[in-house]
Design a protein around this ligand. Structure first.
Ligand code: GAL
Length: 427
């Protein structure tokens, strides 16, 4: 077993599709100047480039500019769902000593790799009384090391959500899933949809994380939250019977995947669900933001439930911003983290993103019904960390998972798949 068991991995993925763009409407009008007279600047690096992701990033930057008017915010976003491309670009920049001022990451293993590499500035000054007491202790712990805080989390996505197009389910005579939706019923419903001539399962397989997410959610359904914690904590092996059962179920689900999946990103697959081109999608609730952004209406066009077998569990994918050690613009970067911690920015960002504010003192009554129930789930359900989004296992393991999932989607070889995972967990 790997001796380093993080509490909560950068995904070192292939592909270097660098798309540096100026931050359109968010960039400030020239005007703010430093004492030397030059305009102040700040680079914010992320993988938020889909319609809803860009809107949420804009809300975050606009919130910052309210308190820091005139700063020229450079949007360093790199396209690619789940950060596959962005994280590779970031690693190259970090190795080259050219860090962005601010970048997007997750708690747990993801942030810890940067902390242990001495790549982050201490952000403890953001954690004043009000902020610290409003963020769940476990979440503060997950971005801390040696008693210091190194990141500011903007919101919590729920990773284990199953979305569906209502009309398509009705057309195929499929009963809309309730809170307790067993995997066996889901598989039977996928078969019914196929028989009715509907594409049963939306999948944006161009983003490797999307297929990995289908497996992650199915694995949680097989293990339950306690089993998940044991597995990711090293207490049980990745070649156990429940992991094999989850892999076998994932292989069955993949037989119903959109034949065009390989050409689509997660957000294109989500748009296809919204427009009635495919029926179900297992995807974190950034999909909620994307559905709404594309004009789909909660309760009318689409519905949702927890991924089969995962009711009562909340895979928390927590969007977290960090500041580079030796940032080129330290004062601006510190002010940016302070803005991310503010109630106003948490509300505005999450409204677009589909997630819920991390601060428990934010009034969420203006958020959608989906988000309000998600906030309740976040407060009351069993919280587990995501492997796919780098929180629960090392970056090396997550990359091995992505490689194994890509092969498994072709081969459907359960034994080879779990063996690859077990080997990765031991290296
Ligand atoms: C996650 C991230 C989300 C969303 C998603 C799809 O890793 O936490 O904010 O961007 O990837 O790109």
């Amino acid at each position: 077993m790997n001796p380093i068991r993080p509490n909560w991995p950068a995904l070192v993925a292939g592909g270097l599709a660098l798309t540096l763009t100026a931050c359109g409407g968010s960039a400030a009008a020239p005007g703010a100047t430093s004492s030397a007279g030059a305009q102040k600047s700040l680079e914010v690096f992320s993988w938020w480039t889909s319609g809803s992701e860009s809107a949420a990033l804009k809300a975050m930057i606009d919130g910052y500019l309210k308190t820091s008017p005139g700063v020229n915010v450079v949007n360093g976003a790199v396209a690619g769902g789940g950060g596959g491309n962005a994280q590779a670009v970031l690693q190259t920049r970090l190795q080259g000593g050219d860090p962005p001022d601010i970048w997007q990451t997750h708690p747990g293993a993801a942030i810890q790799q940067y902390i242990s590499g001495n790549l982050l500035a201490d952000a403890s000054s953001v954690y004043t009384g009000e902020v610290k007491s409003a963020i769940p202790a476990a979440m503060v712990e997950a971005i801390s090391a040696g008693g210091k805080q190194y990141g500011v989390s903007a919101g919590a996505h729920r990773g284990n959500v199953l979305w569906y197009n209502k009309q398509l389910l009705e057309k195929a005579g499929v009963t809309l899933p309730g809170a307790d939706y067993p995997t066996s019923t889901f598989l039977a419903d996928l078969a019914k949809l196929k028989a009715a001539g509907v594409v049963p399962l939306c999948l944006g397989a161009k983003d490797t994380f999307a297929t990995a997410e289908l497996f992650e959610n199915t694995l949680l359904g097989s293990l339950g939250a306690d089993g998940w914690k044991q597995l990711t904590g090293g207490g049980t092996g990745w070649d156990g019977e429940k992991v094999k059962a989850a892999a076998a179920d994932t292989a069955k689900m993949l037989q119903y995947a959109d034949p065009d999946a390989g050409a689509m990103s997660w957000d294109q697959a989500t748009k296809k669900l919204a427009s009635g081109g495919c029926a179900f999608e297992s995807m974190g609730d950034w999909a909620y933001g994307e559905l709404v952004k594309n004009g789909a209406k909660e309760g009318e066009t689409f519905g949702y439930t927890a991924h089969p077998g995962t009711g009562g569990s909340f895979v928390a994918v927590v969007d977290t911003m960090v500041m580079a050690a030796g940032a080129k613009n330290p004062a601006e970067a510190t002010a940016f983290l302070q803005a991310v911690a503010s109630k106003d920015v948490q509300l505005a960002f999450n409204k677009e993103k589909g997630s819920v504010p991390l601060r428990t003192d934010v009034d969420v009554s203006s958020l959608s019904p989906y988000q309000q129930q998600s906030a309740k789930s976040f407060a009351g359900d069993a919280i587990v960390q995501s492997v796919v989004h780098g929180e629960a296992m090392t970056p090396q393991f997550t990359q091995a998972l992505f490689d194994a999932v890509t092969q498994f989607a072709q081969s459907k070889n359960v034994d080879a798949f779990v063996q690859a995972l077990a080997d990765a967990a031991q290296s």
